[in-house]
Design a protein around this ligand. Structure first.
Ligand code: HMG
Length: 389
């Protein structure tokens, strides 16, 4: 029996800041951000979107009535949670109109957690092939204005429907994991932005990739040439390129050229959005599948998931015959229609998030076109609106 990703959709903001504009405002050479970091645009998440609304906006367009009937597990992976007790998944289940007999949980391990969700969902559906699981990675990546991490912000959500008849990617049971206590990136409860040792975190990322990928090759008796493409968690797209380059000497020159070309497709959409934390690897998978015309059924795709703290996992999937049918095919056009904001508008939006106080608050929706929005807080409860009801 095949189990894997049946549908794969994405939601983010209708706003972005151009990385050349941001570089000039920060007295940096634009090429540092465009080439050195590898980002062209950065999603600017308005206060009317949070981890819950992004998740619901990602999942709603792909779900049919039959999907909703079959979903009995909803996992929302996030490090941008809106409550220390209540799972974001409960809010998302309500917004999506899921049935009541559904297990709803929120999972956290930095950018890695969505992968834990996919793997738990794979096991769940393997045991219950008549059921489906919905896994959503949703985050707003925030480091703070004028910090070295600033050009590696972004945000959005990737929703994945896991089923026993996967249209997109049949997942193997071949994971190699690594988990150790590392202080490379963390966010204490009293901070709204992440603390990070940037260079150290980038080195740990490479170390983890080398460890799990080479262990995978040895355990599965495979070589780099067995893969059509490798996809990576992309906190900034140069990071994935560095990881790929670290193993290219294992391949012939022709294979190296092919892997680098597939990587360009796999980072195409991430360059336009920035870091998504939990969803980043899966946006890269979506980017590869939407923009690489050379893929074919049964191609082996490698996935490297990394979450600071730190946890890494390498696993694989085989592309399915009609994979395009399960994808968010309108995504490139949606990204192209976003509105460019100035650096000062981005800074104002960055500082306009719902205040972490008990007071009642109302959020101006501005030109946010999304179906699900956060309208404010009343009596210490977040107020969500479904504009189609
Ligand atoms: P920085 O110190 O500002 O940048 O911080 P830099 O000086 O290292 O320059 C960056 C690159 O631009 C360098 O290339 C420069 O040479 C190049 P590299 O040596 O790395 O190949 N450069 C130029 N290139 C072309 N033209 C120019 C030019 N000038 C310089 N004119 C850093 C960069 C990434 C450290 C910072 O942005 C940061 O701290 N980001 C946040 C941390 C991060 O993303 N870490 C990644 C690994 S950890 C991870 O992936 C987990 C995470 O997603 C969180 C989670 O799990 O939840 C972050």
């Amino acid at each position: 029996m095949k189990v894997g990703i049946d549908k794969l959709h994405f939601a983010s903001s209708h706003l972005y800041v151009d990385m050349a504009d941001l570089a000039l405002a920060r007295n940096e050479a634009p090429d540092k951000y465009l080439i050195g970091i590898g980002q062209s645009k950065m999603a600017v998440i308005p206060p009317s979107q949070d981890a819950v609304t992004l998740a619901a906006n990602a999942a709603a367009p792909m779900l049919t009535a039959a999907d909703i009937e079959a979903i009995d597990l909803l996992i929302v992976a996030t490090e941008s949670g809106v409550d220390n007790s209540k799972a974001a998944a409960i809010y998302v289940a309500k917004l999506l109109g899921l049935q009541r007999r559904v297990r709803t949980i929120e999972m956290k391990e930095a950018c890695y957690a969505a992968t834990a969700g996919v793997k738990l969902a794979q096991d769940h559906v393997s045991g219950h092939p008549d059921k489906k699981a919905l896994v959503i990675g949703t985050d707003i990546a925030r480091y703070g204005l004028h910090t070295p991490g600033e050009p590696t912000q972004g945000g959005g959500a990737v929703a994945m429907l896991i089923s026993a008849a996967p249209q997109v990617l049949a997942l193997a049971d071949d994971s190699v994991l690594l988990s150790q206590d590392v202080m490379d990136f963390w966010r204490p409860l009293y901070h709204t932005t992440a603390l990070v040792d940037g260079k150290y975190s980038s080195n740990i990322y490479i170390d983890y990739f080398q460890d799990v990928f080479k262990t995978y090759l040895a355990e599965q008796q495979k070589t780099l040439a067995d893969f059509k493409a490798l996809t990576f968690h992309l906190p900034y797209t140069k990071m994935g390129l560095k990881a790929l380059r670290s193993v290219l000497p294992l391949a012939t020159e022709a294979q190296q050229r092919a892997l680098l070309a597939h990587f360009e497709a796999a980072r195409h959409l991430n360059r336009e959005v920035g870091n998504l934390y939990t969803g980043s690897l899966y946006l890269s998978l979506l980017s590869l599948l939407l923009t690489d015309p050379t893929l074919a059924a049964d191609d082996l795709i490698g996935l490297f998931s990394y979450g600071s703290g730190a946890e890494g996992e390498f696993y694989t999937g085989r592309l399915q015959e009609n994979y395009q049918r399960g994808l968010d095919s309108a995504l490139p056009q949606r990204l192209a229609r976003r509105r460019r904001v100035s650096v000062s508008e981005y800074e104002a939006l960055f500082n306009a998030q719902l205040a972490l106080t008990a007071s009642d608050q109302t959020i101006a929706l501005g030109d946010d076109p999304h179906r699900f929005v956060l309208t404010g807080q009343q009596q210490e409860q977040r107020q969500y609106l479904d504009r189609q009801h």
